[in-house]
Write a protein that binds this ligand. Structure first.
Ligand SMILES: CC(C)(COP(=O)(O)OP(=O)(O)OC[C@H]1O[C@@H](n2cnc3c(N)ncnc32)[C@H](O)[C@@H]1OP(=O)(O)O)[C@@H](O)C(=O)NCCC(=O)NCCS
Length: 131
């Protein structure tokens, strides 16, 4: 998150938190304005587990899309891990359609304290954002 906030300070990204009226953050999400070419990428979308499916993610994605529109960028993209397809229904309901796929790989901490390499297929989805 620290690295992403530094990118936000440089104008390459925005990092938003959804907060309760008391200021408690309950959801987070970011937008990267540097990729793909001609668009912007939503990433690190997450809502506290016990508050999921209450509409917070929908509000968060709408706010991120507004930031993209304000820069005159015509479409948003996001990727879902094919091994965890649950959020796909939400994104499709919000107007995202499959635009391609790519291989994803990142390091994952294991319970025994070691790090393992995780590889998967990422399905990419896009949504036009007319100004
Ligand atoms: C994906 C994620 C960010 C979505 O946030 P969310 O707050 O759960 O999203 P919403 O509540 O807006 O929508 C999710 C579901 O709740 C339903 N919903 C929305 N508002 C609702 C309400 N007021 N009452 C009941 N259900 C509601 C939506 O229809 C949707 O249902 P579906 O999944 O069956 O289509 C969140 O679930 C999450 O953090 N998941 C774990 C991490 C993850 O998978 N991140 C995404 C990686 S690509």
């Amino acid at each position: 998150m620290e690295r992403e906030l530094e990118r936000a300070r440089r104008g390459e990204a925005d990092y938003l938190a959804v907060c309760t009226p008391s200021g408690q953050p309950v959801g987070f999400g970011a937008v990267d304005y540097t990729k793909p070419v001609g668009g912007a990428t939503l990433y690190q979308l997450s809502v506290l587990a016990h508050l999921q499916s209450c509409g917070i993610g929908t509000i968060l994605i709408g706010a991120l899309e507004e930031r993209i529109r304000a820069r005159g960028i015509p479409f948003a993209e996001l990727g879902i891990d094919d091994a965890s397809p649950r959020p796909r229904r939400l994104y499709e309901r919000l107007g995202y359609v499959v635009s391609g796929s790519e291989t994803g790989a990142w390091d994952v901490d294991t319970p025994d304290g070691s790090v393992t390499r995780y590889e998967t297929t990422i399905t990419l989805l896009r949504k036009p954002l007319p100004s």
